[in-house]
Design a protein around this ligand. Structure first.
Ligand SMILES: [Zn+2]
Length: 226
């Protein structure tokens, strides 16, 4: 699989997805993609945090910025931190379809987005209490609260990455691309209601790679880098 995405190696991963990870355990093939928001602002800071030693040993396979120009250190707006054949630590306590410990059989994609916002008059603040930056997109009101919307670039990037992952792991069908909230229900909200799954799935199917048409994926990748 060739995605032309810069690799920024994270120290937080478990080598070898196909290796048994418990004594007497079985190797686990990759069958799921988990979409997250970062609940954070800066792309470079997020990448640095996930690449270096951090308290939760958290990481993800990919991080997507709001735009290709967001990173001062890393132009292009998307990086890979963990090899697809290795396990990243993105989902925590989790289960899907009766199978616990989702990290072992999933790819994690982090999308830079503040998630839920608090509103006080004309002022929006983040969960961290900081003022929501004016240069970011106008918040959307969904499900009783305000959220940062996701950008066109993020939908296109997520679709492109997922199409390529699906070529590598054919067990991942479109219905096996889920949110963190779906595998850690009651504990996690992300990617939240601002993530338009219908729009994402339309984009994904339009890449053609979801149906195994690799050439279409290559074309899209080039378009995405102009
Ligand atoms: Zn998450």
């Amino acid at each position: 699989m060739e995605m032309n995405i810069p690799f920024v190696p994270s120290v937080n991963f478990r080598k070898g997805r196909t290796q048994p990870h418990n004594r007497g355990g079985k190797a686990t093939p990759c069958t799921l993609i988990v979409v997250h928001y970062t609940a954070g602002g800066d792309f470079d800071a997020t990448v640095d945090f996930l690449a270096k030693k951090n308290p939760a040993s958290a990481s993800a396979h990919f991080v997507a910025a709001r735009s290709p120009d967001d990173g001062q250190k890393r132009p292009g707006g998307v990086v890979q931190l963990v090899d697809l054949d290795d396990v990243a630590f993105h989902a925590g306590e989790s289960a899907w379809d009766g199978q616990r410990g989702v990290n072992a059989f999933s790819v994690g994609i982090e999308i830079c987005n503040w998630g839920p916002l608090n509103q006080d008059g004309n002022i929006f603040t983040t969960w961290a209490g900081a003022v929501y930056p004016a240069h970011l997109a106008e918040p959307v009101f969904l499900g009783g609260r305000c959220w940062e919307p996701f950008t066109d670039f993020q939908y296109e990037t997520a679709a492109r990455i997922c199409a390529a992952i699906m070529e590598t792991f054919p067990d991942i069908t479109p219905d096996r691309i889920v949110g963190h909230c779906d595998v850690a229900s009651g504990r996690k909200l992300d990617p939240g209601p601002a993530w338009d799954w219908e729009r994402f799935r339309e984009l994904l199917s339009s890449t053609g790679a979801a149906q195994g048409r690799a050439e279409a994926a290559v074309d899209r990748k080039e378009v995405g880098h102009e």
